[in-house]
Ligand binder design. Sequence first.
Ligand code: UDP
Length: 373
Amino acid sequence: MAAYDYLIVGAGLFGAVFAERARKAGKKVLVIDKRPNIAGNVYTEDVEGIHVHKYGAHIFHTNNRKVWNYVTQFAEFNRFTNSPVANFHGELYSLPFNMYTFNKMWGVVTPEEAAAKIEEQRKAAGITEPKNLEEQAISLVGTDIYEKLIKGYTEKQWGRPCTELPSFIIRRLPVRLTFDNNYFNALFQGIPMGGYTKMVANMLGDTEVRLNVDYLAEKETYDALADRVIYTGPIDAYFGYTFGPLEYRSVRFENELLDQPNFQGNAAVNYTDRETPWTRIIEHKWFEFGKDDDGNDLPKTVISREYSSEWKVGDEPYYPVNNEKNAALYGEYKRLAEDEKKIVFGGRLGEYKYYDMDAVIASALACAEQELA
Ligand code: UDP
């Protein structure tokens, strides 16, 4: 008999949710992670009282009541609403695309005027059925916004021309004929008070966790410990890149602790021109309103400049590049995965899917329901 019912590879959101469900169902669980910390890419680190989102900004938002009821058992959420600002060569625009954006771009005042302007630009571009991100963007918001707020940012972020990217990426962003700067169309939104690491620690509870463990290097040893394995690492790495690597985008962060209380006045400023080398600057304290426990403004601030790059073996993978070529390659890996009867592949890397946090949690809950039934 194996020592554990489940070995969970990866202490990120998928792994932590599955671990919590399995423990609740009375299973013996071991979680391992190759990093020195839990929480995967939602990991937050305390710097001068500020929770720094070490692997990129994460803003929790969902329309899924079941997921919201689930996560709020492990953290209390603040009322943070994501309202990024776009900086195009020093011109500032509101995001997502809304009446403030349209007014600044074109001087239009009413929703009717904004809609007419978009329609005029869409017509001039002659797009009827958008086939890629560029065509989708122009047909949603017109050429001016595409040129100033989308093209440069997207090509820096993805390292590919917008004509070669799938249109679903841009449909993540709302387009609104109202003065609503909320980036998300979600019923529930916020940041866990105390940071994401604490939330994941609460999910894991007293589950046994071993850090700094390279599963793929010691696969046989670890597999022998459990009846079932939940693997949340990259699916192509699991199979030794046998069909070649899937493409990912990686991100590099340049973090700075500044001796000033307010650097940019907002959590996220996107640099949408092609010339600025970073995609965005995150000022972490504004996720939590920059106040300490006594309500005083913190005298310092931490900022992260975010640079996007093509992933190569050995880098941290962040974003799967979900285009046709990779979908076909993923399909080949998925067929191999189906033959691994003891292993379940889950999460952004295990399923090669551009999952948001709520979707990862929903998927882990569904996976647990099926596994533990
Ligand atoms: N995007 C853009 N301009 C912006 C912000 C986003 O063109 O100022 C596009 C870009 O293609 C990006 C996509 O919208 O990849 C999705 O953005 P989102 O903020 O959802 O990306 P994430 O926060 O996951 O990096």
